[in-house]
Design a protein around this ligand. Sequence first.
Ligand code: FAD
Length: 256
Amino acid sequence: MTSPQSIHRVSHEIKRRKLEVLRVTDLTPRMRRVTLHGPELSGFISLGTDDHVKLLFATTPEEQAALQSLTPGGDSEGPRPAMRDYTPRRYDPVSGELDIDFVLHGDGPAATWAAQVQPGQSLYIAGPKGSMIVPDMFDSYLLIGDETALPAIARRLEELPANRCALVVVEIEDDAERQTLHSKAQVEVIWVVRGQQDLLQVVAGLLLPSGDLYAWVATESALSRKVRRVLLDDFKLNEAAVKAAGYWRLDASDEA
Ligand SMILES: Cc1cc2nc3c(=O)[nH]c(=O)nc-3n(C[C@H](O)[C@H](O)[C@H](O)COP(=O)(O)OP(=O)(O)OC[C@H]3O[C@@H](n4cnc5c(N)ncnc54)[C@H](O)[C@@H]3O)c2cc1C
């Protein structure tokens, strides 16, 4: 029997970096990859597959000025730029490139920025401030999320060795949002089209992989909580091996 206690968190010094947009690639109609580079990317570290960086968006001259001095998490007076959490999808220290995949959901500073972004523009990022390390000690992985979770899910799958199983359930807007996911592990992916199927019902009806299981959930906050309850109450999963996060909130535009 493996021990979930071996899951641990590593802290990193928070650095604010000004990066330049190198490339913009549309992965699907609703998912846009922005490749960032620049000298300040040097020393970037992302050890956990579900790490996040803060992206900083200034809309007024005062917020723009605050960007130069802001320490995320630290005290600051006056206007603060909007901050949004995003997954470092890929960091390549050799080429000096960082990919961030944006869901083009419409509203909000991040989605609006991503909808207009062009090579040559700059973006301030901060972090990651920590990484949750899930050692390779589970037989199988249950990964549940929506499009915002796909970068972290894709990273996890890419890291799994060949002798592992992963069951992946992803809620998407329509079939055009399916992405090709790469892994050495044995992977089954269930795509749940929003409005046609109910993610919670699909999860409740899953036949879980055998052996020690690690479950990871990231979707809209209220939905993540409900999925977590199904995993704990119905499937009786070990709470220490279930991580459920809210990746966005319905009508959260003034909260983050
Ligand atoms: C740890 C972590 C990692 C994340 N990684 C990624 C990532 O790699 N890629 C990614 O795209 N997102 C990711 N997210 C989710 C992202 O931070 C949120 O979607 C965020 O709210 C987007 O900010 P915004 O400025 O575009 O919209 P906001 O200003 O936050 O919200 C504006 C409006 O849009 C709605 N909204 C926000 N997000 C969505 C959505 N996905 N679908 C539909 N409506 C939405 C809100 O309810 C609100 O009404 C991550 C979140 C967390 C916590």
